[in-house]
Design a protein around this ligand. Structure first.
Ligand SMILES: Nc1ncnc2c1ncn2[C@@H]1O[C@H](COP(=O)(O)OP(=O)(O)O)[C@@H](O)[C@H]1O
Ligand SMILES: [Mg+2]
Length: 264
């Protein structure tokens, strides 16, 4: 647990630097981005659907929403300090709360006016993000990597400013070829490097059941490890952390603590 504890401690209690002043190139990139977003499909998520699916970060009066805004502050601080622009949300096994936390954290970050967020469903075997926003995605990231559609045709704005979703679609049995394909690698690179003011959040699969996280994590700057309270043995947590060596684990979230509340 030592490494995890260290990561948690590192993520606590430091001053958040002001974002750097924008260069002319960046301002230009931002307006280009605005243009791009205006071509993105807008499928507004209904507040009731979001609430039912526990996607609450945009509700100002929600207590758990405040927890995600605090998490956002800690995460953005670390990312800015290190010039990291991409963040993986992962956990040792399925069902620990990765997608829920990825969705809420992405919204909380997008609430900052100077920050845009690309939220990517990287769980190619079991994508759930679109459904969480009440969106029925016709095409997903796999279709784009397989060259069936253009990336800009699958992007969705769920009706929240500065947030764009790259949904998943269906599920595939064999992911190895897709994850290691040149198109996938250039997607990671392009998503990270195109705009200075963008953070890319990847809703990842679970670490232990397959090689998917191990094969893709080297393309992502940083990671948050979600642990459902009491679910994993220490041995499994260490096995999972070992598979994240090609990135930097910036913190751990203990989820479903005492049957329902979040502890970060
Ligand atoms: N803190 C929490 N409190 C209550 N339910 C939660 C919490 N975190 C996750 N859940 C629920 O647990 C289930 C699994 O969460 P999900 O985010 O889909 O997990 P994963 O992406 O890790 O497989 C979902 O039904 C989700 O709504
Ligand atoms: Mg998930």
């Amino acid at each position: 647990m030592h490494r995890i504890q260290k990561a948690v401690n590192k993520a606590k209690g430091e001053h958040v630097p002001e974002p750097p002043a924008q260069s002319p190139e960046e301002i230009n990139a931002n307006s280009l981005e605005a243009l791009r977003y205006s071509r993105t499909k807008v499928l507004p998520a209904h507040p009731d659907v979001l609430a039912d699916n526990r996607v609450i970060a945009s509700f100002a009066d929600n207590v758990n929403g405040q927890i995600f805004r605090t998490l956002r502050t800690q995460v953005i601080q670390k990312m800015r300090e290190n010039n990291w622009r991409s963040l993986a949300i992962t956990s040792p096994t399925e069902g620990e709360g990765k997608s829920l936390i990825a969705a809420n954290l992405a919204i909380a970050i997008a609430l900052e006016v100077n920050q845009t967020v690309l939220l990517v469903d990287m769980n190619l075997r079991n994508p759930t993000l679109a459904k969480r926003f009440g969106i029925k995605a016709e095409h997903g990231l796999i279709d784009c990597i397989q060259g069936k559609v253009e990336l800009q045709d699958i992007l969705v704005n769920p009706g929240l400013d500065r947030l764009v979703l790259v949904p998943g679609r269906g599920s595939i049995g064999s992911t190895a070829e897709i994850i290691s394909s040149p198109k996938m690698v250039s997607f990671f690179k392009e998503a990270r490097e195109r705009y200075q003011s963008r953070i890319v959040i990847y809703d990842m699969p679970a670490i232990l059941p397959t090689d998917d996280v191990l094969s893709s994590i080297g393309n992502i700057d940083s990671a948050l490890l979600v642990l459902e309270d009491g679910k994993n043995s220490e041995k499994d947590i260490l096995r999972a952390v070992r598979q994240l060596q090609k990135t930097t684990v910036i913190g751990t979230i203990v989820n479903k603590y005492h049957k329902g509340s979040w502890v970060i």
